[in-house]
Design a protein around this ligand. Structure first.
Ligand code: ADP
Ligand code: ADP
Length: 229
């Protein structure tokens, strides 16, 4: 589903370091994978390449059959439709209700309002936020806002969820609820890639890919070349 073949990324010719360097990995359909590593290790860069927000400087990135390095501008929306993105900069719209926020991707895709509202409610139900549909984002806690962001990311039924530090700045209970919501989508077959610093979450994870200074520092997958950390 997601394949990196000797991928390196330099943000500019002037940059003296590679953000990613010689990274190879394979994430199968339906897997749930955690990306770990200190700040600056390259976790966001890796996820941005999966979403074709950034392109590899060398090597190949294949996502659901799309070769990211060769993807034409017109192909990007087709790729993105298969992805649910939960990135730090993608805030909820503060002047619209929770329901309106989650309906938005469907409305933009041309779905009728009634059908969009029904799907959005189903998605909010899955993340335990159905009782807050009329609230505005700023009336919710950080963890609740993050669960709404998850509902918005999955409402189009993506094949892959990419979540970049979805539990940052959350307390234990809120973080566990966010992770629980992501695991619920994994359990219905969605491939999930989640970056985190949270060692408690990583301790219970089936597969952890560790990055350090842009390089693969460990991959707990049994068949991975990186070896266990
Ligand atoms: P992480 O997500 O693990 O914190 P990043 O992928 O954000 O790491 O960053 C990896 C490296 O790439 C860092 O050295 C960072 O400063 C650099 N970097 C990230 N984004 C950019 C950018 N847009 N332009 C230049 N350098 C960048
Ligand atoms: P509905 O069929 O009314 O959309 P579901 O219970 O089947 O209700 O789905 C609930 C929500 O979960 C939906 O909004 C759907 O978009 C979301 N979802 C995202 N990805 C998947 C998936 N792979 N399988 C099932 N539901 C998914």
């Amino acid at each position: 589903m997601i394949e990196f073949q000797s991928v390196s990324k330099k943000y500019s010719d002037a940059a003296d370091a590679f953000a990613l360097s010689g990274v190879s990995l394979d994430i199968a359909k339906g897997e749930l994978v955690y990306l770990a590593g200190p700040s600056g290790a390259g976790k966001s860069t890796l996820m941005k390449m999966v979403a074709a927000i950034e392109r590899p400087t060398s090597g190949r990135v294949i996502v659901s059959g799309h070769d990211i390095g060769k993807l034409k501008k017109a192909g990007v929306p087709f790729l993105r439709r298969k992805l649910g993105l939960i990135f730090q900069h993608q805030r909820l719209l503060n002047d619209r209700t929770i329901l309106a926020n989650v309906m938005l991707p469907l409305v933009v895709a041309g779905a009728p309002k009634g059908a969009a509202a029904e799907r959005a409610r189903a998605a909010l139900d899955k993340v335990g936020m159905l009782d807050r549909v009329k609230a505005l984002p700023l009336e919710l806690s950080g963890g609740e806002q993050q669960r709404v962001a998850i509902a918005r990311a999955i409402v189009n039924r993506p094949q892959i969820i990419l979540a970049d530090e979805p539990t940052a700045n959350l307390d234990r209970a809120a973080a566990d609820k966010v992770i629980g919501a992501l695991h619920a989508f994994h359990s219905v077959g969605v491939t999930c890639v989640i970056s985190t610093h949270d060692e408690q979450i990583l301790a219970g994870a089936a597969r952890v890919i560790r990055l350090e200074h842009g390089q693969l520092a460990g991959d707990t997958a049994a068949n991975a070349g990186g070896g266990a950390p």
